[in-house]
Design a protein around this ligand. Structure first.
Ligand SMILES: [Zn+2]
Ligand SMILES: [Zn+2]
Length: 434
């Protein structure tokens, strides 16, 4: 059956490459992927695949097969990221596919079309849904806040909204793949973990006065921020190495004029960790530090917080299914199995609720998120990787014990209701000490 799948992918190779070119040259930011959506839906329609459901501006899904179980989810991300100087950057907002999401779309469609042939001819039983997810990159925050305000979305990340709307509830497990840049030592990776993060905006408020004539009449917000940065640095010794915590920020407003005591200072930061518990604890420690440091100077600190993404814990059994299929194309020493990436993705949130994996593939030149990222090995990216995905889905659908083991060993980390509360309690203010 797998050989048949491989030959179908090879047969359609030119068509997939044409689609890949078109998508790579149509980069759009999250929740604005209208042309991308149109291109994909037209391609799918030409292959007798109808859109099942649309949501959150540009997201949608298609399904092949009609049995209720087993039901496998495939994930493709639609959005691009601003990348000044990229050869294919959109002149409007510099959006470019420098994170390689357009390649995910093509390989997932290639896998889906071949699986459709097997299911339509009764060689394989089950159901496969391909989710085209908008807005994975955590960017363009002000635009997305407006979408939240007018109730078009609940949260910043595409999959966060899809989780809240129960779109993955009927899926047994989810398979996703993400580019990992150029080929160095490894062709693929499996079981790599991603950090989780929270975005913070600390707004220190003091009182302006003449900086030379009357500093005693002012309250220096920059001093409050400075004290907080000292506390942040001193707290670093409480970080556990194994959590790989990171706090990194910038001062986006440091005062208005040099000869006035700064009354408004803004420090924006990301807090990252591989441990959800450590992430929450550290977040709280820093909030306390900011409030108390402000108070020590006589200032106040309002804190705006937007929940980022959860740490990503990949499903080991599901990773192993994909790993075994990679071995048809590469040797074990070409598959990385232990990477800890400090990057984050909303796929981490999905892993709270379903057995989920995101394996990595190479085949690019340039740097991820860099202005020189391009596909350099189209056969590897679009054909080999699509074959690995399709073969893995065949294993999951054809071998019920394999999927049963995956599902029975998985425990959801929280309820969707609690998740919604956590993610949408996005902005709050702390303006006083008790
Ligand atoms: Zn990215
Ligand atoms: Zn990405």
């Amino acid at each position: 059956m797998k050989q048949l799948v491989y030959s179908v992918i090879d047969k359609h190779r030119d068509e997939f490459l044409e689609l890949a070119e078109l998508l790579f040259h149509t980069p759009e930011l999250g929740y604005k992927e209208q042309q991308t959506k149109h291109i994909i839906q037209t391609f799918l329609k030409n292959h007798d695949i109808e859109v099942e459901k649309e949501y959150f501006e540009t997201g949608f899904q298609v399904t092949v097969g009609n049995a209720h179980k087993p039901h496998i989810g495939l994930i493709a991300e639609l959005d691009a990221i601003p990348t000044i100087g990229h050869c294919c950057a959109n002149p409007l907002d510099n959006a470019a596919h420098s994170c390689g999401h357009s390649t995910q779309v093509v390989m997932m469609i290639a896998a889906l079309l071949t699986l459709k042939e097997l299911i339509d001819t009764n060689q394989l039983h089950g159901r496969v849904t391909l989710f085209f997810c908008p807005a994975e990159e955590f960017i363009d925050i002000e635009y997305r806040k407006k979408l939240i305000a007018n109730k078009s979305i609940y949260a910043i990340g595409g999959k966060q909204n899809m989780i809240i709307d129960h779109l993955f509830d009927n899926i047994d497990c989810c398979v996703h793949a993400h580019g990992m840049g150029k080929f160095k030592k490894y062709r693929f990776n499996v079981q790599s973990s991603l950090a989780g993060f929270v975005y913070k905006k600390y707004h220190f408020q003091g009182k302006a006065s003449h900086a030379a004539m009357a500093p005693s009449e002012g309250i220096n917000a920059l001093s409050a921020c400075n004290l907080f940065l000292q506390a942040q640095a001193l707290l670093r010794e409480t970080f556990l190495d194994s959590d790989m915590n990171r706090v990194h920020g910038i001062i986006t407003n440091g005062g208005d004029v040099v000869n006035s005591i700064p009354s408004d200072v803004v420090y924006e930061a990301y807090i990252r960790s591989f441990s959800t518990k450590a992430l929450m604890t550290l977040n709280e420690k820093l909030s306390n530090a900011a409030i108390h440091c402000a108070k020590a100077i006589g200032a106040q600190c309002n804190i705006e917080e937007i929940k980022g993404y959860f740490p990503f814990n990949q499903d080991i059994l599901l990773s192993n299914v994909v790993y075994q299929n990679m071995l048809s194309f590469v040797s074990p020493c070409e598959i990385q199995t232990d990477e800890k990436s400090i990057a984050s993705g909303d796929i981490g949130d999905l892993s709270l609720f379903k057995p989920t994996i995101q394996f990595g593939y190479t085949g690019f030149k340039g740097t991820m998120h860099g202005n020189n990222l391009e596909v350099s090995e189209p056969n590897f990216v679009y054909s080999i990787t699509a074959k690995v995905i399709a073969a893995s889905v065949i294993d999951l659908l054809a071998n019920s014990k394999c999927l049963d083991d995956i599902c029975s060993s998985f425990t959801p980390q929280m309820s969707i209701e609690d998740y919604k509360k956590y993610v949408t309690r996005s902005c709050y203010e702390i303006d006083d000490l008790n």
